[in-house]
Design a protein around this ligand. Structure first.
Ligand SMILES: Nc1ncnc2c1ncn2[C@@H]1O[C@H](COP(=O)(O)OP(=O)(O)OP(=O)(O)O)[C@@H](O)[C@H]1O
Ligand SMILES: [Mg+2]
Length: 254
């Protein structure tokens, strides 16, 4: 087992096949390359295998066929600890732990973090302002025993957490249920900051994320049926066009 020594390389997925125990194939011959430092968006219908693909990238499951590499090295050759510590994961279900805002930002850090660093990442995540308005600032109790944070506030805490860990690979599972448009904008801006300079894979529901990404993969029933930029897919992929039109309609009604 080796440590990841050069994380600034593309993630290359080759001929991946995956099925859950004794089930049908969920991922079928998936191949793509996520370029280092760029944003790769994954879109597609519910149940098409997007989250499953993330689980394989994070090595929660092993593919039956195919390989995932970082540059030339199959990711299985890295120790699980070393591989996972390269990855920052922000999902729509943000785990808030019982404790203070500070505890939640520092969650998962094995060393002590000073206040200046916490304030710096809160600022980058656009969380500093709402935190300063809480009764005890960073010492405010949240979660079951404390105050309840809104969805957008929770997301910004998760983003601050990710900034603090500073992973070079970012995996985002965007929330489907939309926030109000103001919080949505702030979260989106914070995410844009976070993605800068990181190899980002994002399961995208927001059209804004999709439009700005360097590459979009359309996943349908376990297969990649199209890839390219937003403009390319709009022109060539009818299901993608439908997806985009639907997103635009949703955005208009907010
Ligand atoms: N742990 C599991 N065991 C068995 N089957 C599973 C498991 N997780 C997901 N599946 C199945 O795999 C398929 C793909 O699921 P997956 O969660 O990857 O889809 P998705 O594209 O992320 O969908 P959504 O957009 O709704 O999140 C589905 O048919 C689902 O029922
Ligand atoms: Mg999913």
């Amino acid at each position: 087992m080796m440590d990841v020594n050069n994380v600034n390389q593309s993630i290359i997925v080759e001929n991946l096949n995956y099925s859950y125990k004794n089930g049908d194939d969920i991922l079928k011959d998936i191949s793509f390359s996520a370029e280092a430092g760029k944003v790769t968006a994954i879109v597609g219908p519910s149940g098409s295998g997007k989250t499953t693909l993330f689980s394989l990238l994070e090595r929660y499951y092993q593919p039956q066929q195919g390989v995932i590499r970082l540059g030339n090295v199959p990711i299985n050759q890295f120790s699980l600890f070393s591989w996972r510590s390269q990855i920052g994961y922000v999902s729509q279900e943000i785990p808030i732990v019982v404790g203070t805002i500070r505890d939640n930002i520092c969650y998962g850090m094995d060393k002590k973090v000073d206040q200046a660093a916490i304030e710096r990442v809160a600022k980058m995540a656009f969380a500093d302002q709402f935190i300063s308005e809480l009764p005890n600032g960073y010492d405010t109790e949240v979660g079951e025993r404390g105050i309840k944070l809104s969805g957008g506030q929770r997301q910004r805490i998760a983003i601050a957490r990710a900034f603090l860990r500073d992973p070079k690979i970012l995996m985002l599972d965007e929330a489907t249920s939309s926030l109000d448009s103001k919080s949505e904008q702030v979260v989106q801006q914070a995410l844009q900051n976070l993605m800068k300079g990181r190899t980002t894979l994002v399961i995208a529901h927001r059209l804004s994320t999709v439009i700005d990404s360097d590459q979009i993969l359309f996943l349908d029933k376990g297969k990649i049926t199209g890839s390219g930029t937003h403009e390319q897919l709009i022109r060539t992929h009818s299901l993608y066009r439908e997806f985009a039109e639907q997103q635009l309609r949703i955005n208009e009604t907010v």
